[in-house]
Design a protein around this ligand. Structure first.
Ligand code: SF4
Length: 746
């Protein structure tokens, strides 16, 4: 078994401390990648945190978010007891009163039974947050505990990860293909099977800051040192861009044109992997014809990237072996993003990057991360009743989540039936993912009973919830963490409880306890570990106890699984698509009702598609700029993190700043026809001229928590400027990264 190589037990004594070896996840945030950490505890108090030098991937390096763990865990704003509030007093943060867990559970069970009997369990909706462990349990609590198929991630177009996962399932028949960073090997890069990528094409992603779903940004630096070259596509000058052979700065939202032009060069100059195309792709001929629509000169004009740079970068990538593509949120937050995803998978495929050493690795296992729980719906065909399935069947059926904009419609209209209860699993909807956030606040307040599980009272909870259940951090729980939630399972780490804080409980304990009371036939487990061993790890033949003992486990990885019949359920060679090949002509996308091949479409508002609008709102606005300190809306109350990044920033090019009379550090308003928000200007020579990059997720924990102030969330909320239901043909991708606005001094 390819377990980790560690020299200590999971807990040991050292210089008066009890030291626990663990891996990060849950909140405080990061993606399911698992930073290796040592937690030093004295007299029951977590005093310090260090990186674990034996961790196979990070080797002791730790992001600042993890190093700040004690300030997060013992933060004076943290709420560590259950609390309730009269629903009539929503918005009044002084109206909470402490209650016992028994009372809290009784309230929830009573309401769930009442709504199920009087209406239908479908009237109970679970809202999940982004990225963290709690999101992983959303389908379980919704389907296996409440028996409702209605689970919602409140971001128009499901514009985070979902579009990428959907397009890979359509075109590639597999989950997200990740850059090969040797996470699957106990000896990491030293494994003889491994090869460093020749070139990584980094498209719309900043992994050093974000440490995205199954990847540590730090690995890029490891690879750089070993000679891997980079091409970065980003309107901003990032560390990665500064260290790239080619840096392409497209106008935000025009990426699909750029990617089509890349393919035009690679195909027309016959730089592709002929054998792979011949044996493993479908529709190359039609695809070649389609891609003629976008010669580099045309893309140059659309994107504002010099033609020779497009040609040079495409040639460089195709000739660098092995190549790998790393693709980020820019794909998801664009109504034309499914087509961009099709292009990027096509680049991986025709350049021979798929499932080769140093290329893009594919999931070898699936431990049922985000998809868990649906089979426990009773009756099972309740899954066909998810909100939005009629309007956006591709999105709802592929992701098995409700369509967010359709949920907003239903909350507002009460049709076709009234939703009654909301259960928020670490979901700070108003501050973070929601488009039209004020509308969402009002809509959420149409629900009769709202429960929140979280660590802090955030703006969403203060505005809309009646019951608060305190959840614990990864320092306080037993858990596992798997790259890409287990869907591209390369590595699984053990999380070991080191401390107890107040009465906070794990998400799993909460759902187990409610499950026992509501559907006891499905919930025989007395501990979290029993549940995880049985429901998650058993199929892999490993246990939590082994993960703790060995630190982590690596998948027994094989490359080129497609050639060995290891990707298809029937055991035949090929891919899990209808044709058994990578579908450059996607029969599934065609069946869902969109064009089977990529096409370019201007953003809903842009200097080209809406010149009159652009005359009033002349700057292209990208939201969601990543920071070193924060994971989405978390962390603003942590002193160490706030010291590093004290203010919400919008990056602006010096020429634009001069034009609009703005100097570095000015407070400014960003405004368009949907709304406005206030941030600090950061004048950056590396920012594309004519485009702004604004941070997201901001609120001010130091301000008044009660309505209407709600921690200042509406003053600083960049999503005030995002529209409603301006998504792609299949429902994926809203224009969070390609809005239009004006800027002026506050
Ligand atoms: S928005 Fe990006 S960073 Fe956040 S959870 Fe989604 S994929 Fe991860």
């Amino acid at each position: 078994m390819p377990f980790g190589k560690v020299s200590t037990p999971v807990q040991w004594e050292e210089d008066g401390y009890t030291v626990t070896r663990t891996n990060s996840w849950s909140a405080p945030g990061d993606h399911p990648t698992g930073a290796g950490m040592k937690l030093y505890v004295k007299d029951g108090i977590l005093e310090k945190v260090e990186g674990d030098p034996e961790h196979s991937i990070l080797k002791g390096a730790l992001p600042i978010r993890m190093l700040s763990l004690p300030e997060y865990v013992y933060n004076p704003d943290r709420v560590i007891y259950p609390m309730k509030r009269d629903p009539k007093k929503r918005g009044d943060n002084t109206a909470w009163e402490r209650i016992s867990w028994d009372e809290a559970y009784d309230m929830i069970v009573g309401k769930v039974k009442e709504y199920t009997e009087k209406f239908n369990s479908n009237s109970i909706i679970t809202f999940v947050g982004t990225g963290r462990e709690a999101g992983n349990w959303g389908p379980t609590i919704s389907c296996r505990v409440f028996n409702s198929p209605n689970i919602c991630y409140m971001q128009s177009g499901w514009s985070c990860y979902g579009p990428r996962m959907a397009v890979t399932s359509y075109v590639l028949g597999a989950p997200y293909p990740e850059v090969d960073y040797a996470a699957q090997f106990p000896d990491s890069y030293d494994d003889p099977r491994y090869t460093y990528p020749g070139c990584i094409l980094l498209w719309g992603k900043e992994p050093l800051k974000s440490n995205p779903d199954g990847f540590w940004g730090h690995s890029l630096v490891d690879m750089m040192k070993k000679g891997t070259k980079f091409i970065t596509v980003d309107p901003r000058l990032t560390f990665e861009a500064a260290n790239s052979e080619f840096w392409l700065q497209p106008r935000p939202g025009t990426d699909t044109a750029l990617a089509m032009a890349f393919l035009n060069v690679i195909i027309n100059e016959e730089l592709y992997d002929y054998d792979f195309v011949e044996n493993w792709t479908f529709g190359f001929e039609e695809f070649t014809k389609r891609i003629q629509d976008m010669p580099p000169a045309k893309a140059a004009e659309i994107c504002g990237v010099p033609e020779e740079k497009i040609i040079g970068a495409a040639r460089f990538f195709a000739k660098s072996k092995p190549g790998a593509v790393q693709w980020g949120l820019a794909i998801d937050q664009n109504p034309n993003g499914v087509q961009l995803g099709e292009c990027l998978i096509a680049i991986m495929a025709i350049c021979g990057c798929i499932d080769v050493p140093g290329g893009n690795v594919m999931g070898a296992i699936d431990i049922g991360g985000l998809g868990s729980g649906y089979s426990d719906l009773d009756p099972q065909d309740k899954i066909n009743e998810q909100i939005g399935v009629d309007e956006f069947p591709a999105l709802v059926r592929t992701l098995q989540f409700t369509d967010p904009d359709s949920v907003l419609d239903q909350l507002e209209s009460g049709a076709p039936f009234k939703l009654k209860m909301g259960f928020f699993t670490s979901a700070n909807a108003i501050a973070n993912p929601c488009n039209v956030p004020k509308r969402w606040e009002n809509a959420l307040n149409t629900l009769e009973f709202n429960v929140a599980t979280d660590i802090f009272i955030n703006p969403t909870i203060s505005a809309t919830c009646d019951l608060f259940l305190p959840v614990n951090t990864y320092a306080e729980r037993d858990m596992y963490v798997a790259t890409h939630y287990g869907a591209v399972g390369l590595w699984i780490g053990g999380i070991k409880k080191a401390i107890t804080v107040g009465e906070a409980k794990s998400d799993v304990e909460i759902l187990r306890t409610l499950g026992k009371k509501l559907r006891p036939e499905l919930w025989q487990y007395d501990t979290d570990v029993e549940y995880i061993n049985d429901q998650k790890l058993k199929t892999l033949g490993i246990t939590m106890e082994e993960l703790w003992e060995h630190g982590w486990w690596h998948v027994d990885y094989e490359y080129q699984k497609y050639a060995k019949g290891k990707l298809r359920a029937d055991g035949l060679p090929g891919f899990m698509t209808p044709t058994g090949k990578i579908e450059l002509y996607s029969t599934m996308i065609e069946a869902w009702g969109d064009d089977p091949m990529p096409y370019y479409k201007e953003p809903p508002t842009s200097p080209v598609s809406t010149p009159e609008y652009a005359a009033e709102y002349p700057l292209v606005l990208s939201t969601g700029a990543r920071t070193w300190s924060y994971f989405h809306s978390e962390g603003r109350m942590v002193p160490k993190l706030r010291e590093v990044e004290p203010n919400p920033l919008v990056d602006i090019n010096p020429k634009d700043a001069k034009k609009y009379g703005i100097i570095d550090g000015d407070w400014v308003w960003l405004e368009n026809s949907y709304g406005k928000c206030k941030m600090k200007a950061s004048v950056q020579p590396g920012q594309k001229e004519g485009a702004l990059a604004a941070q997201h997720g901001w609120w001010y924990p130091e301000r008044d928590a009660s309505a209407p102030e709600l921690f200042g969330v509406y003053e600083v909320n960049v999503n005030n400027l995002t529209p409603y239901k301006t998504v792609g043909v299949l429902g994926f991708g809203a224009p969070y990264k390609c809005l239009m606005c004006k800027i002026y001094k506050a």
